[in-house]
Each structure stands twice: as C-alpha cells, then as structure tokens.
Design a protein around this ligand. Sequence first.
Ligand SMILES: [Zn+2]
Length: 254
Amino acid sequence: MKKRIMLDAGHYGNRNQSPTVPEYYESVRMWRLAELLAQELSVLGFEVLKTRESQALDLAVVERGKKAEDCDLFLSLHSNATGNGNTKTDRVSVYAPFDNQNDSHTLGKILASTVAACMDIKESRVKTRKSEKGDYEYYGVMRGARSVGCPLYYIIEHSFHTNERAAKWLLDDKNLKDLAIAEATAIAIYFGLEPFLKGDVNQNGKLDIYDAILVKRAIMDTIRLSDRQLGLADLNDDGKINTYDYIALKKKLM
Ligand SMILES: [Zn+2]
C-alpha cells in the first residue's frame, strides 16, 4: 500500500509579506512549494493530499492538522519571521512531536539538514514546543495531527522571510523545485522507497538508451506508461510527454 502524506501550505491568500523583499508572501511561496513537493512525492510513489483545495481558501489550524487522519506523515510548510526586527537570522527549524513519538525526531533531523543544505544555510535544528498548560502541542496544526493519531507530524520553517537572502532564494521557482526534489528524496529514503532518477523510465536505476526508447514510444503513442513512469519521462516537468523530453533525455545520455 502506498504511504500517504498530507501537505499543509502555511497560510492562505496574501499573508506574511517579507519586510525586506516586498514581492515575497509566505502564503504564496509555501503554496507553490507544496504543489512542487506534491509532484515530486507522487513521482516517488507516495499518495499526496493537501489540507486545502485552493490557495485562497483558509481553514483553521487544528482542522488542517486533523486532515492527517490515516496519513503516515503530515508536513506544514512555512517560512519564519523574527519578531524583533532582526533581518540577519537565517536558520532552518523543524518542529517535531514534543515527546519524540515513533522516534519522530530522526526524520525531523533529516528534514532540517536537507533543507539547510539545499538553501545553503549553516544552522538547522529540530525543536519542540509544548503548551505551558499541559502535555499537548503548542501549535494548532500539530495538535490536530496528533489528535487523529498521525504518527509523524512536523512544521518546517524554511528559514526566515525577514532575511533578504532567504526571501529572495525562496522567490525563485527553480530553487523551490530543487527544494521539493531534496525533501521528497529524503522522505523516500526514510520510508525505504527507492528514489528513481528522473528519466529512468524503466526504473532500472540508471539512465540508458532503453529509457529513451520508452519515451519515444510514448510520444508515438505505441505504449502506455504508468503514472510513475509518466512522471519520470516528463524531463522538463511541463506535464506532457513530447519531443522536448526526448531531446532532454538524449542530452543526458551523451
Ligand atoms: Zn507560517
């Protein structure tokens, strides 16, 4: 059975603008990242769901967490903001279950270091935050996910959008794509799924002429590829398999 992942793009509409890079809104960029991450995780064989149907739609934090019922993993995607006007802070934080349930801090550390490496940030950490009033998660999305028995749930803070460098980095679609690939690959390895190479349509672990033949046949409509194969064959990620994918694969083979 496929592992099921619930993705939660933090915030909706135009929320949390960067004070240093005005084009940056956390809500917009994290929605984009969620879309890209969903694509990459699907290619790797996960079933991926989102807490909200559309970017413009809001849903209360606890309700978003509760959508993680029957999911193996819940990820809430964010960029952080400093409250004290400090624009230097550039650090990746992953909030993980306060009691380290199911050894959840292991994947937390993997996610934190993966994001930091991809964003070229030195500092990354796994954090927990418990309510001062009792033994429950401080953050609503995490409380919701825990309440429905989701075994692994996290908030990923992709550094701080109060930091100019980080906000600019996150504004670049190509960077977000790299981030999505890095996160999806790390998750696939954690769950013991073999992450396949883009272009490895026959999934034999390497790019070869047989992959190119499959792409050619798919373009000529003489074979039907599986969903996973379609993802692997779509080299330029435009949602279609066509001559451009064939050319891109041939270039990789040279
Ligand atoms: Zn946020």
